[in-house]
Design a binder for this molecule. Sequence first.
Ligand code: 5RP
Length: 233
Amino acid sequence: MSAQDEAKKAAGRRVVEEFVSDGMKLGLGSGTTSHLFVRELGKHVANGLKLTCTTTSRSTNDVAREVGIALTDPNEIGELDLTIDGPDEIDREFNMIKGGGACLLWEKIIAHASKRMITICDESKIVERLGAFPLPVEVVQFAWKQTERMVAEVLADHRIKNAIIERRMRDGQPVVTDSGNFILDCRCGVIPSPAKLEAELNRIPGVVENGLFTRESQGMVVGRFDGTTYVSM
Ligand code: 5RP
């Protein structure tokens, strides 16, 4: 396992030990860091920890089932105590870009359905300013090029000059999210006002959600490449 994966795993282990307790209703995030956390959680569940869990993607459903974590329909679980999820970028105020794995919509819904969200990551995800990682914007398939044009206008209004917007492709085919939408990846450089941009992108009719998470996370548990971890709240 690489030092980065060890760091992700250490962060997940610390979250389980410090923030998860018997009887909690948990939201399980998506991506490699969250999947390592779910595998760690599975060991505790096998040892008797009682949880009610729901997930933020079909891929996390698969990992949870594989490690013996029973899942509850998000419509049946009610308010969650805690969601644990990973970022593509996170700043010191816990603003994030998410959606590198195309799961941003379900991730944001579950984060908002939770009393608390804690982000887990390795130290490479921490940035001074958001924007080096391409910002994913989930759009409906209908007239997506019109939506793309409107996204470009909003980015220009935000002094994000020369943004490059590309529909996400894999193996020559457009990526389709778990909700049946496309993803536009927007290379922004630096995002001057993440909270304002998050709100304004979501006002475009064809935009379903975007990968800026500026209100969700209350803290982060970070794994360093030397194997140590720290908590920032
Ligand atoms: C998926 C996500 C992931 O949480 C994010 O991409 C982080 O993934 P990883 O832990 O693999 O770096 O937002 O939509």
